[in-house]
Design a protein around this ligand. Sequence first.
Ligand SMILES: [Fe+2]
Length: 470
Amino acid sequence: MALRPDLYKVRNRPWPQPCPLFPDSFPAAVLNVPLREEADFAMNVGKRYAKIMSGAWARGLAWVARNPYPVSLTDDELTSLLLDTAIIRTVSDRLDPKDEPLFGEFVKSAPAGARFWKADYSAQSVLKLLPGMYAAPTIGLLRLDSGGKRSLAAIAVNNLVLRPEDGHAWRLAKFFLQQSFSQHITTCHHVALHFYFDTVNAVTKSLLPKDHPIRQLLTPHFRWSLALSESALYSGASVLSNRRIFPYTPFGAESSSIYLQTTFGCIGIEGNSCYPKYQWPEGETAILGEYGHYLRHFYRAILPFTSVVADMVPRHDSHVRLWADHIAEWVPGFPDGSRILEPGRLAHALAHTVWGTTVAHAADHYGLGVIAIGKLPYRLRLPPPASRDIPAFKDSDLCNKEDAFRHYLCWELFLRETTISRLVDVKYDFAPGAAAEAGKRFPQDLRAANASLPTREFIPLERISVSIQF
Ligand SMILES: [Fe+2]
């Protein structure tokens, strides 16, 4: 039942199509971004990049001169980084059958009530490393005791299981774990937050009339995102290209393998709970830890607003059925036209879109942006431990000044949160009525939600962007 994408193209309307890089394992691409959107992106987001870049060289050189890179962490610090920050997106609350040979002994000998979680970065194995660089499939085993104590019980590097008592090998394994989650949160687990929304974005703009309440709700949350995605994925100057001619490319692997790693954030890895297959969530998202609580708290603050908007859509609305059918064709799990108007489904679909393009995306960037970048190295220049007994090494042998400088520039430009337009300033173009009233109230509702947080504030409310714009 697909509409003809070429028809939309000639009308200069955006429309999803199979991703040219990975048609079967990556979200649909939207390549025909309207010129006015490209221009808006260049005038605002592009200008921001240019402004940052003009001073970043000097700031980067000064930063490198003053700061250690990489930064070694105690076991407790590493455990906290995995469990108390946005990096928990990469963690699973269970072991898989494949982990038994590695960690079965730990489970058997653990005190009663202890639970085991894991931070599994097996997809490091797909990286084709640049000369002199190293990476390895790495799995961190986390033990959560019934009394509340949490510890990093083991790290498996290339299937070599290391324990805290393993001296230099343990210390080196921790760096490989840090490298693994740094790479994964950037090029794997955060990916779904960007690119599945592009389909919702394009179909909404191309299919729904301008005065449709769904389009009026979502339009502010889609500004700049299509051009950003196009640039991030397909521009020759993208950070993912990892062309060394660009000083902001920080990775230690060839571009094609980095792109390949992104696909595991979408299709997952069978039998590995740290790589779930992407599924559009119909309701709250199951993210672990305090970070998950924080994100769900905001989801609950957004849902009443989107419920008001969903209630304005008549049950016989043919636009919304067609809209849902076309999105469902590209986004796994999105309710199609036969289901979208069942009770609650549209409100949740809209809530997930607003939440994902605002709070959830911005909190990831802010949370990673406030971690010292030396704790998240991308490039390592010593081989991973091959036995439990290895000679001493110096942290400074692992990375050089160029590695630190590249990472710094990447952090300034792409990794940290750099909001241009804020969620708390959002304005909707609803016709007078219930949705308009709810839209006007929405910033106050967000402030009330932020004032009643049951967790720490993972990003200041004023720093949350209204759309995916970095
Ligand atoms: Fe992002």
